[in-house]
Design a protein around this ligand. Structure first.
Ligand code: SF4
Length: 353
């Protein structure tokens, strides 16, 4: 059990010893534009003696956020362009996002929806808005999967989550309900029997996609929370954002992906950071990301490999951006192995395996 309360202002972070005097004024300026929240579980993970601490970097505001570059945009992945009714994003034919809430238990400094989430954000859907969103899903028979995201849907009470699941349970063409969340890591004690029961509905398969970016986030309490979910029959996948100064190191990412698998969480997406405002200090070049991902291939088993993706700005969906390991070469191909050695395919001579 992690005692204490969530710290929500620059001054509270300063009083808790998480920001030194030199960082207080910039953090106050950041707070005028973007939400701040550091949960007790996250505060406990931060190494206060390490100025480069990868946990602190994800959650403590810095002056770097005051710089907005020309390519950054308030809606970096183009949700608005695909929102037929409030709370729904329908980008791909077979699935929708259902954004029931725009509040999170923590606020990540690199958040791609940072202009929409937080106390000043887009709020929680009213009962009527939720009904309209559910009606849209009901009327679109091609929708096979509903992805609750936001905001973090697991901040909703078990009673509200049950209501949503009951409404989805009545829609026969919806087979899969997926929750994107940081709660098992940042508030593991919240993952109790009532919440877990609320995530399940008769006839539907529930997935929980856990957002974590550094192996230290998978504390004993977080691992126990994930075990409770999986033991209850909920499948888990991971999503990670590739972040400079947090996990832009193949060894760190390898440890994270292995930790996911050891906890029955299938690595799913490794996101290239989006063009969210005030986040340029987190972004790598795509070529750097490709080198890191190529390095991962030789380090960890296929079970541990995430898919490196970019959300194309403007709402055009995800693109897989890992380096191609196969190229056309004359009438055949050249294919590169995990050591970087190239081979002809099909083999050209008897001396090749
Ligand atoms: S939990 Fe997700 S939506 Fe919330 S601040 Fe972090 S990245 Fe943004």
């Amino acid at each position: 059990m992690t005692a204490g309360r969530t710290l929500k202002t620059a001054d509270e972070l300063h009083a808790a010893g998480l920001l030194d005097d030199s960082r207080l004024d910039p953090a106050r300026a950041v707070a005028e534009r973007y939400a701040i929240a550091v949960s007790p579980a996250v505060a406990a993970l931060i190494d206060r003696d390490d100025p480069q601490d990868p946990i602190a970097r994800q959650f403590l505001p810095t002056a770097d956020e005051l710089l907005t570059t020309t390519e950054e945009r308030s809606d970096p992945i183009g949700d608005a362009a695909h929102s037929p009714v409030k709370g729904i994003v329908h980008r791909y034919p077979d699935r929708v996002l259902l954004k029931a809430v725009h509040v999170c238990p923590v606020y990540c400094r690199f958040c791609f929806r940072r202009e929409m989430v937080g106390p000043q954000g887009d709020g929680t859907l009213s009962a009527d808005e939720l009904q309209a969103a559910i009606a849209y899903i009901r009327e679109q028979p091609e929708i096979w999967e509903v992805i609750l995201t936001g905001g973090d849907p697991l901040v909703l009470s078990p009673r509200r989550l049950s209501q949503i699941m009951e409404m989805l349970a009545d829609i026969p063409h919806v087979k899969i309900v997926r929750f994107h969340t940081r709660v098992p890591v940042v508030d593991p004690d919240a993952v109790g029997d009532a919440l877990i029961a609320a995530l399940k509905a008769s006839g539907k398969i529930t997935y929980v996609a856990l957002h974590a970016n550094h192996p230290r986030e998978l504390s004993d309490a977080a691992r126990a929370a994930c075990a409770r979910l999986v033991d209850a029959g909920i499948a888990m996948v991971s999503q990670t954002v590739l972040l400079r100064g947090v996990n832009d190191d193949p060894a760190v990412l390898a440890d994270l992906m292995k930790a996911f698998v050891e906890n029955r969480i299938k690595p799913y997406y490794l996101h290239h950071p989006d063009l969210a405002p005030g986040t340029s200090h987190f972004r790598l070049e795509i070529a750097e990301g490709q080198r890191i991902v190529a390095d991962l291939r030789g380090r960890i088993s296929g079970l541990c490999q995430p898919t490196y993706v970019l959300d194309i700005p403007g709402g055009h969906g995800k693109a897989v951006i890992g380096e191609s390991e196969i190229h056309r070469d004359g009438g055949g191909y050249t294919v590169r192995d995990f050591r970087g050695v190239e081979h002809a395919y099909p083999p050209r001579g008897q001396d090749e395996d």
